[in-house]
Design a protein around this ligand. Structure first.
Ligand code: C5P
Length: 243
């Protein structure tokens, strides 16, 4: 299958994170959101509900971002990405610091599996530095002397060299990474808060429109939609902000 063109419709740009839910709650919530196209299944839902939840979400017509952040030896990364792609996940996260060989093996395996099943070629997204780290802890605990900005940039470059299709990056990093990596490199950005929304535990946030303007190709939004008193209205407003 051919690669998509740059996502322009709000429904293609918004990925709703299904965190803090059991399988039945997640499926029910998705059914309540007219126009929803993409969902993110993270560790919490995947561990609770198992791989079958991906099949059930796909049966609702949804596209899957599987955010399990694989990091292992090349053969294990390849095996896990092969399974994820054969379940129909189209965006799959891996840690860039697994290294070139593991990233290449993972991408090859995912592409092969999707082609065997007749699914679109999945995009592997590299996780660079988690936003829970800061420069001092990187140096003190991991003896890494690079700043976070330098490390994000070098790991994004490694992902690109390995043939990966994009990165997960914070709103702080997105504009800089976009200058170096034009579309079709995906930059998927969490930490998004619509105008006036509760920040919850997110320290640095951007509005949906600002993050897209800064170069994000897709946005991950969880609680502002999933915990809203009217999730369908909250989703509609996020889409409207991107119109
Ligand atoms: O509920 P909220 O919109 O804050 O959810 C954001 C989602 O993006 C969660 O699934 C969270 O784990 C993920 N994420 C994040 N910050 C990162 C990486 C991932 O918030 N740096």
């Amino acid at each position: 299958m051919t690669k998509e063109t740059v996502p322009r419709s709000p429904a293609d740009q918004l990925i709703v994170a299904l965190d803090g839910m059991q399988r039945s709650e997640a499926l029910a919530l998705c059914a309540q959101l007219p126009g929803l196209r993409w969902v993110k299944v993270g560790l919490e839902l995947f561990v609770a509900a198992g791989p079958d939840v991906l099949v059930a979400l796909r049966e609702q017509g949804l596209r899957i971002f599987l955010d399990l952040k694989f990091h292992d030896i090349p053969a294990t990364m390849a095996g896990a990405c092969h399974r994820a792609a054969s379940l129909g996940a189209e965006l799959i996260t891996v840690h860039a610091c697994a290294g070139l060989k593991a990233l290449e093996a993972a991408q090859t395996a995912a592409t092969e599996a999707a082609s065997l099943e007749g699914f679109p070629a999945p995009t592997l997204l590299a996780v660079t530095v988690l936003t829970s780290w800061d420069d001092k802890r990187l140096a003190d605990e991991l003896t890494i002397q690079q700043s976070i900005d330098q490390r994000v940039e070098s790991l994004a470059g490694l992902a690109m060299a390995a043939g990966l299709g994009g990165c997960v990056c914070s709103s702080r990093e997105v504009s800089h990474l976009r200058q170096r990596h034009p579309w079709p490199f995906e930059l998927v950005t969490p930490g998004i808060r619509p105008q006036g929304a509760d920040l919850q535990d997110q320290a640095r946030v951007m509005t949906p429109a600002a993050a897209i303007a800064a170069g994000a190709s897709r946005l991950v939004i969880g609680r502002p939609i999933t915990k809203a008193s009217d999730p369908a209205e909250a989703f509609r407003r996020c889409c409207q902000e991107l119109e």
